[in-house]
Design a protein. Structure first.
Length: 409
């Protein structure tokens, strides 16, 4: 008989993993709400052309990583590889540009990219996407960045660095690309095939190559920071000043460009030291031309995507999230089981996790199960009376009528 397993690069979130998962995503939702970001959920699939136009036809995402297919009507659809483009599409489609700006939005959901599975990296992965659309205020850039730093603080994550850069805009980037292209031409013999392929789609993409040798070579290339126009230079200086006011520490990395075509001005990445090698757990930046590119009015925006699975690997004391029940009832007679049901119901209504045996275990087996579940109260019911065991305390007895009030009081 065939033994089925989850497709390669996907994973099940098991019951034992749910408490930590809920803690991490709960902190994400909590902080987003405190910063006045509202939840939006978009479909898992989008028109393929939306992904191509926003990610860039020559990007690794489009060329190598998208899950693209034709539906039964012959339409080309793509499972969303990231959250920004779908949220921007919804912003235009539903007229959110006519509401007060900026629109501060977030979503938490699965994304899909075909890539080599590795620790914390899945083909189907969950991501927090935070977007502030409709403002070019550098204070918004700083808020978006500080929002993720606050999520990390609340989860106790400290072993990370924030890398920061500005890649200019349509006014100053063309002149820089000319300088960079000339430099790449001079050093073409020293580049590898990946670097040549990336520069063929966009010279900026050479900075994303994986080769350490080529990265060392690129350290001598012209940097965008030397070519920023006055407006971009002033904007970036203001972003940095606001981050300093927030007390957010960062490193300036002049080669940080991100991998998608829509980025302008501010770009940033949070990199964790808990993944075996310093690797990205959150990345984003400003995308002032994206809304216009997909048919909307000229609209500035900034946002980020942050993987949930990768962040889980950085959360300390994850084992503290293991939990089972608050109250576990131990019974051996059917009449006692019947008398326990109203108590289960009332305890649950009062917010306590309560359970009993459904596997016909012996009393000894039920007591063992209560221990495995970490029960705060183990209630042994015999002939209409209860003996209650609590860790670190002497046993006590109670009638069934008073039991719920004594436990929940």
């Amino acid at each position: 008989m065939t033994r089925f397993e989850a497709p390669r690069g996907t994973h099940d979130i098991l019951p034992s993993e749910q408490p930590l998962w809920e803690r991490v995503t709960g902190r994400m939702e909590e902080v987003c709400a405190l910063y006045a970001y509202r939840r939006i959920d978009t479909p898992a699939m989008e028109d393929t052309e939306l992904i191509v136009r926003t990610s860039g036809g020559g990007s690794d995402v489009v060329q190598k990583e998208t899950y693209t297919f034709s539906d039964r009507g012959g339409r080309s659809l793509t499972l969303r590889p990231e959250g920004t483009a779908p949220i921007c599409r919804a912003y235009i489609q539903h007229g959110l540009h006519r509401e007060p700006q900026p629109q501060k939005l977030y979503t938490i959901g699965p994304m899909w990219r075909y890539d080599r599975p590795q620790k914390g990296r899945y083909r189907e992965h969950w991501q927090l996407s935070v977007e502030a659309i409709g403002s070019d205020d550098p204070a918004v850039d700083a808020e978006v960045i500080q929002l993720y730093a606050e999520i990390l603080r609340r989860l106790g994550v400290t072993r990370y660095v924030l890398e920061l850069n500005s890649i200019g805009d349509a006014n100053c980037r063309p002149a820089y690309l000319e300088r960079l292209t000339a430099w790449l031409d001079e050093h073409d013999a020293e580049l590898d095939e990946e670097a040549r392929s990336k520069r063929g789609t966009s010279p900026l993409r050479v900075f994303d190559v994986k080769s350490e040798r080529v990265q060392a070579l690129l350290a001598g290339a012209p940097t965008i920071g030397d070519s920023l126009c006055d407006a971009c230079r002033d904007h970036f200086a203001a972003v940095r000043a606001f981050l300093d006011t927030y007390g957010v520490e960062y490193e300036l990395v002049p080669t940080l460009v991100r991998g998608l075509d829509y980025y302008t001005r501010t770009t940033f990445e949070f990199k964790s030291e808990d993944l075996g090698a310093k690797d990205t757990i959150c990345g984003g930046g400003r995308y002032d031309g994206l809304i216009e590119e997909i048919g909307g009015p000229p609209t500035p925006g900034i946002g980020f995507g942050a993987g949930v699975e990768r962040l889980l690997l950085s959360v300390p004391d994850a084992d503290q999230d293991a939990r089972g029940v608050d109250v576990y009832f131990v019974t051996t007679q059917n009449e006692d089981r019947a008398s326990v049901l109203p108590l289960l119901l009332e305890l649950r209504r009062r917010g306590l996790r309560a359970d009993m045996d459904y596997a016909q275990r012996s009393q000894k087996g039920q007591l063992g199960q209560a221990g495995k579940l970490g029960a705060g109260w183990t209630v042994i019911v015999t002939d209409g009376h209860a003996t209650v065991r609590e860790p670190g305390r002497d046993d006590w007895t109670a009638s069934l009528d008073e039991l719920v009030d004594r436990i929940s009081g």
